[in-house]
Design a binder for this molecule. Structure first.
Ligand code: GLP
Length: 244
């Protein structure tokens, strides 16, 4: 893993935006894998700014999102589709038929998982996958214990994940208990991965990632076996790893 250390969240977001814009410029018909959560919000804001300054266009870009809650409609403010539309898609010139977020209200969720995989394959695979990390090491919604060989699947969310994400909902009872998520193998099949890590709340996970073993108990650890991973991490997230 190529680890780039930065001062803070803003610097992480700027570096990440430069990274993604560079790939959009250099890859023909780029396919991006996108993530939700608080971590990549700054990245998306900066990408929008670069688009407004005519530094980048999304005309030839295809995107796949990592995950979606089961049971939330596209127009639900807590759905990841809504998040992506609000935070990125509606502000740039992306063709919406080149955007795929798993459908969390599909009648047949197993079929939806297969469709997500099929669409990624048809697009030629993901060129660059953006990732955040959960406090428990989850990537996408692949909770500890998920087989490394998993493809897009329906997952039961960890209680810790439900609690962490409750901040976006009126009450914890409203947080969905399941999600559709790209699997770990799906993520590992990406040609390149960009992992963003910021803040003290991620310091423990960052220390485990850097110093721990590769184990299904800590899903992000598999990234050490991918040959093209860049981690952009800020000082606050490195406090435990660096013993500060
Ligand atoms: C969420 C998402 C992940 C995200 C992670 C961290 O549950 N499913 O894709 O990376 O948890 O979120 P945050 O960036 O808000 O800390």
């Amino acid at each position: 893993m190529n680890v780039i250390k930065v001062k803070n969240y803003d610097e992480m977001s700027e570096k990440a935006a430069e990274f993604i814009v560079d790939r959009i410029h250099t890859i023909e018909n780029p396919v991006l894998g996108l993530a939700t959560g608080s971590t990549p919000e700054g990245l998306y804001q900066r990408i929008i700014k670069k688009y407004e300054q005519n530094e980048v266009s999304f005309k030839d870009v295809t995107t796949f999102n990592l995950d979606e809650y089961v049971g939330l409609e596209k127009n639900d403010p807590n759905s990841y589709y809504y998040f992506m539309n609000e935070k990125l898609f509606r502000h740039v010139d992306i063709e919406m038929d080149r955007v795929r977020v798993p459908n969390g209200v599909a009648e047949d969720l197993e079929n939806e998982c297969r469709e997500h995989e099929r669409a990624i394959e048809q697009a030629g695979g993901v060129d660059v996958q953006v990732l955040g990390i959960g406090g428990n090491g989850h990537i996408g919604f692949n909770e500890p214990g998920t087989p490394f060989s998993s493809k897009t699947h329906v997952v039961d969310l960890d209680q810790s994940t439900i609690q962490a994400n409750a901040r976006f909902f009126k009450s914890i009872d409203e947080v969905p208990t399941q999600a559709v998520s790209m699997g770990i193998e799906t993520i590992m099949n990406s040609k390149e991965i960009l992992l963003l890590v910021s803040g003290e709340a991620k310091a423990d996970a960052m220390a485990k990632l850097l110093n721990g073993e590769v184990s299904e108990d800590f899903p992000a650890s598999i990234l050490k076996q991918h040959d093209n991973v860049t981690v952009i991490v800020d000082e606050a997230a490195l406090t435990i790893a660096e013993g500060k």
